[in-house]
Design a protein around this ligand. Sequence first.
Ligand code: NAI
Ligand code: NAD
Ligand code: ISE
Length: 336
Amino acid sequence: MAITVGVIGTGAIGADHARRITQTLTGAEVIALTDVNLEQAETVKNTLKLNATVYADGHELIANSGVDAVLVTSWGATHEEYVLAAIKAGKYVFCEKPLATTAQGCQNIVDAEMAAGKRLVQVGFMRPYDSGYKMLKQAIDSGEIGTPLMIHAAHRNQSVGKNYNTPMAIHDTLIHELDVFRWLLDDEYVSTQVVFPRKTTFAHDQLADPQIVLLETKKGVRIDVEVFVNCQYGYDIQCAVVGEQGIANLPEPQAITMRKNAQLGNALLTDWKDRFIDSYDVELQDFFDGISANKLTGPSSWNGLAAAIASDACVTAQQSGQIEKINLPERPELYR
Ligand code: NAI
Ligand code: NAD
Ligand code: ISE
């Protein structure tokens, strides 16, 4: 029997996840949809030819006894409310990043899940499922480059919309790096500072762009991340881990090299949807396989909380200009 899924938020990634569940993955079926823009939910239902019901809101969808598992793919600020409701209903829930936009929101989710006594939540941190990042982790864990000392990274988007503001560069964009570096290095952050280079003329009033985030870990690794969300030229994720004996770089996405018009080169991606397309497939399949086995093993609420604690400190650092401490509490048994 297929796992029946309800999708809350049928925008860019909600529609894409509904497509992959329907056309690519196995063992699950989308039978319920909702969106604050109900027309958008109807469009996704019709485009994918789903045998699904469109609900008036997320709470009605969660309450429906026919829905086994919930996908929360609405805007970040709405995640906490729906994830808490799904836990209360005893349902498995896959929540897109960020788990909540603040550490307190994530803590509320961790508390609710611990009260439920079992893991019900998986967070949409897909990078640990990406083959490039897995190769990078393998290079670190095998000792090939020696002890890691530094990371130089960049998260660049071609452009962002008018409602994207300065803190979102942290809790919506940098959050991926905040998660994946903990996993890559098997380490935790202790401090952060954010500095602002000269501002691009392509950024609007409410957005300082680019930003450079400086992180320090418990083991003393120093990390610099350039977040530049109006870089114009493409969608570009860079990560170079500098070790005592060598440097390991995140592989570039595969692309053909072309000779044309007296130039030698290859096209760059422009859309985040294409950059990690395989890992979105693997993470969601892992979620459904985890439900079937009654044991989720992917990125947990704890990973969501750990990233959010660092994210809150980075947002404070954006405003203070100072080095801010990052304190992660003891990891509870449920998440070990
Ligand atoms: P979007 O704006 O295209 O879609 C969000 C949808 O949610 C919209 O259709 C909106 O009407 C709906 N919505 C908003 N509030 C709602 C509510 N209270 N109840 C029901 N529906 C509601 O945004 P996008 O790009 O799809 O992002 C959605 C989430 O997915 C965000 O949390 C974002 O951070 C995350 N995301 C994750 C990515 C990843 O790489 N893992 C990539 C892109 C987005
Ligand atoms: P592992 O259990 O050997 O160790 C990973 C460590 O990183 C653990 O301490 C864990 O708590 C932590 N961690 C896991 N996910 C994290 C995250 N998102 N952010 C920060 N820390 C995280 O794990 P592994 O086998 O190397 O797998 C790592 C991740 O990749 C997991 O999320 C796993 O589910 C996923 N994975 C999936 C597949 C697949 O094919 N579905 C294959 C390999 C790994
Ligand atoms: C978006 O929400 C994502 O999650 C993308 O992966 C990221 O690159 C982008 O900056 C975010 O806005």
